[in-house]
Design a protein around this ligand. Structure first.
Ligand code: COA
Length: 331
């Protein structure tokens, strides 16, 4: 059976923060690894060109429970829909405490992959269709496909937006916590076709967003959710990437951080720099017993910050309403 795949791995100290919570980025990287394997495997079940599946989109994902060092992460992936050129992979992550046997679902994610030919990496190849268990299941998949397509057309790439350094920022302002990291893309970050794995990028994004959050509230923080991310362009081996994050919104107990990934193809300089990815991460501040803490309100200094705060508030209220509706449906 090619449409299911499972990977399991014990969580080690370098997967976690200083108090032992596994990073959201570590989990996102595992999710993407499983998705890439199953997506690539599926797309190669045809007789034409061999190909590699590139991550095109991750739907919004919530981190439902914390995972800790010493627990085993079980990541199971399944192909749930295929369009002509894209594959939807649904992934579930379960944490297992191997001392007590306790298991918890920590994440559910949906990812979209697009296959590129090994012979010509600019060529998107056709995806072999899957068989659905019923016409209703296929119809549901089609609805998800159409809905993400619509969402993509409405999403702005925020290409013009920059995060500029601030000389002497005041505590709790946007400038005070904004952060960035620079990374040279090496072979171990890349697929067989030499472009960065989406999971590697998401891990770096979570790292920067986490630094922004901890600089703001100076407590232990954890990733609560990541809004849908579209991966606009491939980042090739040898590029220098700058991952920058700034706080956009604070509620009583959560912080929203906007992250940009900009790529600079040094060797093929004629291609020029470009914005590869943007995303919103939400973090929660925790006390020593892992209970959510109030976060210091964000101090807004200029009109743009006020505007982004208002936009963040809309996303916060929408996500909260959706979470509540999901909870009620499950009861
Ligand atoms: N999410 C989901 N599917 C997407 C998508 C997205 N963000 N963007 C495109 N697609 C799908 C389309 O629906 C289409 O499938 P269909 O014909 O079955 O409907 C298929 O991809 C090709 O679409 P097309 O419009 O021809 O391609 P494009 O020029 O928009 O390129 C990508 C889309 C994803 C191939 C391109 O944006 C890309 O290369 N992104 C980077 C991928 C990558 O490197 N990922 C790791 C990043 S770190």
């Amino acid at each position: 059976m090619n449409s299911q795949y499972q990977l399991s791995r014990i969580m080690r100290p370098d997967d976690a923060n200083i108090v032992g919570n596994v990073h959201g980025g570590t989990i996102l990287k595992m999710i993407e690894e499983a998705g890439c394997i199953i997506g690539t495997r599926h797309c190669n079940t045809q007789s034409g060109d061999r190909c590699v599946a590139a991550l095109a989109r991750v739907e919004r994902t919530d981190f439902l429970h914390p995972m800790f060092i010493g627990e085993v992460a079980h990541v199971s992936a399944e192909i749930s829909y295929t369009s002509k050129h894209s594959v939807e992979v649904q992934v579930n992550v379960l944490s297992e405490n191997i001392l007590t046997g306790a298991k918890k679902v920590t994440n559910k994610a949906a990812l979209w992959y697009v296959p590129f030919s090994i012979k010509n990496m600019d060529k998107i190849v056709d995806v072999p269709p899957i068989e659905y268990s019923s016409p209703e299941v296929e119809e549901e998949g089609k609805k998800r496909y159409e809905s993400q397509k619509m969402d993509r057309f409405e999403t702005k790439e925020r290409n013009g937006e920059l995060i500029n350094p601030v000389s002497i920022p005041e505590p709790y302002t946007v400038g005070f916590s904004q952060s960035s990291l620079i990374h040279l893309v090496g072979p171990s970050d890349c697929t067989l076709l030499g472009f960065v794995h989406g999971g590697v990028t998401m891990k770096l994004m979570d790292e920067v967003a986490g630094i922004v959050a901890v600089r703001h509230c100076k407590t232990n923080i954890v990733t609560a959710s990541v809004d849908a991310i579209n991966f606009h362009r491939k980042i090739m081996k040898g590029c220098v990437i700058t991952v920058s994050g700034r706080m956009t919104f604070t509620s009583n107990k959560s912080m929203e951080i906007e992250v940009f990934v900009d790529a600079d193809p040094l060797v093929e300089a004629e291609q020029g720099k470009f914005r590869a990815v943007t995303a919103f991460f939400t973090y929660i501040s925790l006390d020593k017993e892992n209970r959510p803490l109030p976060v210091p309100p964000l101090k807004l200094e200029v009109e743009d910050e006020q505007k982004r705060f208002e936009e963040g508030k809309v996303r916060y209220l929408q996500n909260k309403a959706k979470r509540l509706a999901d909870k009620e449906r499950q009861q």
